[in-house]
Write a protein that binds this ligand. Structure first.
Ligand SMILES: NC(=O)c1ccc[n+]([C@@H]2O[C@H](COP(=O)([O-])OP(=O)(O)OC[C@H]3O[C@@H](n4cnc5c(N)ncnc54)[C@H](O)[C@@H]3O)[C@@H](O)[C@H]2O)c1
Length: 385
């Protein structure tokens, strides 16, 4: 097994988490770190430490570099890394402007290096299962994704780079790109229309923002993000409405969720075979009450014959004979799943280095696509579209 030497540029909160998580990998050695802030480098570690990231790039034994600095710096650092022959794993967002994302993609193509974006959600086993269900359409078509995310801002004082649009791009670009990409992961489709709304607490702090996205085929996604509450109220809900099911995932690193679905014998079998699903109730359709019409409501005169097991949704006739409820649950902590995801994300880059035919789970184009949505929605929210 080939061992790869890694450098980390940007050794703040997340850079340190990556380092700690990657230390458990046998085929990865973090050999150098760089941070403009020398205090960030004052940690007990045997790796080489630099205050100028350009010096790190002179280290000949470094194969790949993780870029974990604030978003506005990603373009310059990523391009220099690739020009120096280093493979890169770039933190989200890929950049804060589409022209910068394009420059990064061109540098990858010019240098022939491996370059990926750290969309860790793509490595979450539960989300991979939901993606499988979505693409196999076992619940019919996905019509709606509604992300509701209340995050704490106690650790984000007004002078933090997060609030500076020139450095972060704003909440949709810095943060929501994860969730926008999740929609693209579940159900890739052409983007037809994007708009947004926002609220400013003061001139500097744009603390609530919404993006609405319409995709070809009829999927409408809404991303609401607020950085305005104490940590105790930090909540993320990802609601997925399919023709035949409602799923609600909880947590920004989702570990579980709930499901209500209309199933037939085949789709029920698929669901029950899922590693994380536990059924709590199943009931034959003829015994279930449909409360969309109160008792006493007359029956409309609709032409055509209906079988009791034919369910019409979104203009499509599906076969279903039961309503099933249950929950998804991974039996791991958030910490374990998060660390597993960042390990899997790096290992995917290593796989591509060893086998150029390997298809990256999160290539730069995915980073550019979610960035495009975030930029359009931000511009619409700020009335500068
Ligand atoms: N994939 C994820 O789940 C995830 C989670 C958190 C953060 N992130 C991303 O990671 C990046 C960093 O976020 P963070 O929370 O660690 O921020 P942070 O502020 O805690 O750390 C950033 C570090 O980069 C350093 N830095 C800034 N400019 C530099 C430069 N030119 N040269 C060298 N060092 C420089 C800063 O001194 C700081 O120590 C952001 O892009 C963020 O969106 C991703």
């Amino acid at each position: 097994m080939r061992v790869l030497n890694i450098g980390i540029i940007g050794y703040g909160g997340f850079g340190k988490f990556l380092h700690n998580s990657w230390m458990q990998l046998d085929n990865v050695h973090v050999v150098a770190i760089a941070d403009i802030n020398s205090d960030a480098l004052k940690v007990p570690t045997s790796v080489k430490a630099f205050t100028d990231w350009r010096t790190l790039l002179l280290e000949k034994d470094i194969d790949a570099v993780a870029i974990v600095t604030e978003p506005s710096t990603h373009e310059e650092i990523a391009m220099a890394c690739m020009e120096a022959g280093k493979h890169v794993l770039i933190e989200k967002p890929l950049a804060i402007a589409l022209s910068a994302a394009e420059n990064i993609i061109q540098a990858r193509d010019r240098t022939g290096t491996v370059a990926a974006i750290d969309f860790i959600m793509r490595f979450n086993p539960l989300l991979q299962v939901i993606k499988g269900f979505t693409q196999a359409e076992i619940f019919g078509k996905l019509r709606r994704v509604d992300v509701e995310n209340y995050a704490q801002d106690e650790q984000l004082p007004p002078e933090h780079w997060f609030w500076d649009s020139e450095r972060s791009g704003g909440i949709l670009i810095e943060h929501a790109v994860h969730f926008i990409d999740l929609v693209h992961f579940f159900a890739p489709a052409k983007i037809l229309n994007v708009n947004g709304l926002k609220h400013n607490r003061n001139l500097q702090q744009e603390d609530q923002i919404i993006a609405n996205v319409l995709y070809e085929g009829g999927l409408i996604a809404t991303h609401y993000h607020s950085f305005a509450r104490p940590g105790f109220f930090e909540i993320t809900k990802i609601k997925l409405a399919y023709d035949l099911a409602d799923i609600e995932l909880q947590g920004w690193i989702p570990l579980g969720g709930t499901l209500k679905a209309l199933v037939n014998p085949q789709t029920k079998e698929t669901l029950l075979a899922s590693p994380f699903f536990e059924c709590s109730n199943d009931i034959a359709i003829e015994n279930a009450s449909d409360e969309s019409r109160p008792e006493g409501w007359g029956v409309s005169n609709i032409n055509g014959s209906f079988s009791p097991n034919t369910i019409r949704s979104g203009g499509i006739a599906y076969e279903a004979n039961e309503i099933l409820t249950g929950k998804f649950q991974m039996n791991q902590s958030k910490q374990e799943v998060y660390a597993d995801c960042v390990r899997a994300s790096l290992l995917d880059v290593l796989k591509k280095i060893e086998n150029p035919g390997h298809e990256l789970a999160a290539c730069l184009e995915t980073g550019s696509e979610s960035l495009k949505v975030a930029i359009l929605a931000t511009a619409s929210a700020r009335n500068i579209a």
